[in-house]
Ligand binder design. Sequence first.
Ligand code: GLC
Length: 461
Amino acid sequence: MKVLFAASECAPFVKSGGLGDVIGALPSVLNKYGADARVILPKYSTIPKEFTDRMKNIEFFEVELGWRKLYCGILELEHEGVHYYFVDNEYFFKRPELYGYDDDCERFAFFSKAILKFVKGSKTYTPDVIHCNDWHTGLIPLFKREIFGQNKKLEAIKTVFTIHNIKHQGIFNKYWFGDLLGLYGIEKAWKTLEMNGSINYMKAGIIKADRVTTVSPTYSKEITNSYYGEGLESVIASLDQEVTGILNGINYKHVDFDKGKTKAQLQEKMGFEIRDDVPLITMISRLTAQKGLDLVAHVMDELAMEDVQMIFLGSGEAHYENMLKHFESRYPKNVKSILSFDEELAEKLYMGADIFLMPSYFEPCGISQLLAMQYGTIPIARETGGLLDTVIPYNHYTGEGTGFSFSNINAHEFLFTIKRALDVYKNDKPAWRKLKRTAAATEFSWNKSAEEYMRLYESIT
Ligand code: GLC
């Protein structure tokens, strides 16, 4: 089974969130199951030199975008057993950020077209499936049919489209439809791409792919209703095949570590009192509304009055950064906010903290709760998407569970759930120990996901 993953990010080369982790992990696991999975992504100028130095130019050609013919180079790198292809065009990808530019519409149209052109012409690798991910690659299934529709080689290739986050859809002015995308006069294509009078890349991916998946079973159901569907719920509902939910995994390292010692080191580093009996709460997150930071804002004053210590790590929207800094200055004894993306510190926090906060408004899968649980760090999560599928709520009577959870987007429900956890932490040591053990023993490994993807690929090819 040959599967080409098309994505806008991939660890360890470039990553802004969970999407990058997934694309960086899944292909090599699929290869263990006999697949030949490869990845294609833009050659951003932010990819570290240690990787670009090792890339080989394999070909170049022109991609037509509207009236222009644009240079496109393809580079290849084999890294830890996986083949990666990089789409090179400095005008589009030599920039400090991955997304958020006025011409993103153009950049990812170029990327999608370049991939199809590469596959069409490649003599060395012809995938059975192109596995597209999120809006950046939504045009691939559409272009494959409408622009390269006559090509026998491409016709035989199937497409899978995975939704990692339906909130980001790639919505652009319809002005680009005819000229830039080269779809002028193709009425069918307009019907596929149009949503509320604008172009919508994700919609095209959902409609035109042979199969649509998302990253947890619960999210696959949630997006059929309007709160989670972000306007695309009717599109999802109109599909012949249901959206398949396949949970992401993590790579378990099974490292030896000393939780108490790590906690003490963290306390010292943060300038907190070094005490084993005070619960250390952490939250590691991109700072966006999705992650429930408004709930955090509402409960912080009450929470900081408790005998707890809190460490926030992450960067993102300025108002949340300001909010976290504000709480740190108000409660210097027990609140610390580190507004950066520091993987090393993140790892220490996953290991050394007692409690991990994840009050997301929605969470297609979520990876942090899994990273936390493997180290016996107990998640407090809202019951949505992948959080509902991976965190088993603590049962006071039976002692079962791997975390604590609450169902509504309500700051006080969140606060009371934290207080319930604190109560167990402080007053029922054996129950807390059992929670830690159960959480650490639960594995969400990539193997299971890979098996499910293999079955899915086989069912369509
Ligand atoms: C997005 C989602 C997150 C998911 C990740 C990888 O970042 O918000 O929930 O874990 O994609 O699929």
